[in-house]
Design a protein around this ligand. Sequence first.
Ligand code: IVH
Length: 673
Amino acid sequence: MMVPKAIQADAKVLREEINAHNHRYYVLDDPQITDQAYDRLFRQLQKLEADYPVLQTADSPTQRVGSTPATHFESVQHEMQMLSLDNAFDEAEMFAFEKRLRDRSQLESETLYFTAEPKLDGLAISLLYEQGLLTRAATRGDGNTGENITANAKTIASIPLKLRGKDVPKRLEVRGEVYIKHADFDLLNQQQGESGGRVFANPRNAAAGSLRLLDSRITASRPLTFCSYGIGTTKDVDLSNSHFQRMLMLKKMGFPISPFIECVSGVEACIEYYRSVMKKREDLSFEIDGVVFKLDDIQLQEKVGFVSRAPRWAIAYKFPAQEVMTTLLDVDFQVGRTGALTPVARLEPVAVGGVKVSNATLHNMDEIMRKDIRIGDVVIIRRAGDVIPEVVAPVSNKRKQDLRQPQMPTHCPVCNSEVVRSEGQAAYRCTGGLVCDAQRKEAIKHFASRKAMDIDGLGNKLIEQMVDLDMIHSPADLYHLDLPQLSGLERMAEKSANNLLSALQNSRLTTLAKFIYALGIREVGEATAEALSAYFGSIETLQKADIETMQQVEDVGPVVAENVFHFFQQQKNRLIIEDLIGQGVNWPDPEVEIAADKQPLLGRTYVITGTLEGLSRDQAATQLKALGAKVSGSVSSKTSAVIAGEKPGSKVTKAESLGIDILDQAAYEALLK
Ligand code: IVH
């Protein structure tokens, strides 16, 4: 079939335009047209190629959608071995690396320059360009023989199908890493899970699996990214003697190179570079496992040579591992405040990122089933930054025999009450409520916490100890504690016991919103508690409200309404509230107008600064508001007085300059009376 000249020209222009947009998007990270405009160009080209199949050239971007599946991968002999890297794990090993270089090159004092870049955690490939066109892509394999994965590599948008620029080399082999970014990996696994496909243990496995699919149309749907880090064999190309300059040349030709690439001088600078990349590690959008340093001078590289499989002129300075393997010894279930049972992995202790780990979260039962985690499995543990260590996945090829699946217990491991799963919810819960010691501890911790009753000095350990000793069964019991009881506790001097008693005393005066929040009703956070307080105005009205009325409150839907209603239906909860109020827990009525004679500070505005003894600023504010005063965060001419505790801030200076009264703690206490 004859293709009209004009059509040929159109196809060429479209190809070049689309490839240029691709380059801007994937390599320069600087797109110039919208996705829709891009799609339009792409479809135009697809149409031309469908009408005239000869127009489908090797560099056509339409090739990136993949083609009919292959039956196997051809093997590829690497002309130049694909080497691996030696590792360094500490500074001493970096200095030893430098010493070896000096000994080999007989350079004693000259400065050594290194190209530095992060070590990507993916897999190495080789890309061969002949007359400027991508003609072959291969995996590293054993370094000598790899697999021909050209069809798959062509689907990766950041791999150029054609070199940019005028003087294209006859032959150029580019090497680099194929990897998957964190966000793309999460999305991929989510899709895989939903479609019943294979769930990958980590981005590296996902990249390796995707690159070795016989059906390149599936590879095309996988979010693979490429970054180049070196040059293999070449013909007819002027190469700089500096590795760094060579990388810049690759960039000009259209290859992505690391945005963090630098040329540094001396090993001290290498160590500094390592530290600065380590700091960025958590914020990067992709996984790295260290930093690679390469002697920059290519002639010197050749002089120092390589040993078996790794060059002497390069080194990977590795970060402490964030993912390690260990054995899952057992799965226990931890009971939270609302009774939810969370599976916790008990592990053969192992160091992850420099910290010894023997427990890790398994999230929930669905996750365990989805990943098919069994007791006795070798599992991958991940610990990144401050997050709780988690079990990522089992290492399935290490499972040698049939292993037992973890089972959700039918009865609570703490109180033996029945465990149920409410319809439509992921969590299994213990039905024991405050009968359950675990829930009791968590409920009391929540009750005492800063945003709830704010009981200063009542820490988690102390609460656990008191529950274990049967001293307290409910939050209300806290207000029954006395000095002899408290000072009888382990590591509790009389002074701390007294402090705790006065903190308890101070916490008695609160607000209705904080009180509701402190009750720990499921899904009632601070904001909902505020809304309920403002709507109902008193605990009695709230307790009597029906589900429909509760849904009148802003942001309260059927689930929260049901939870609140159910909470107050329970006799034991009503008794606890009654007990708390009986023990003097109180709050000013938020809605009902208080007669002016009961609000002696009406119309006055106070600013609180510094540390007050035995009283948080929030508590002082509550006390003042109860007497009708306003409390403000900043001093102005409208301020009636500033209440200043220890170490007050600039607010006192400002008050002085405006001639406003400053009250110390004693004066404040007198004011309250
Ligand atoms: S250079 C002779 N540079 O690490 C040089 N490799 O452990 C050989 N890798 O197979 C490779 N990022 O898959 C080099 N910036 C980087 C790298 C890098 C990741 C991988 C590569 C290689 C393995 C060696």
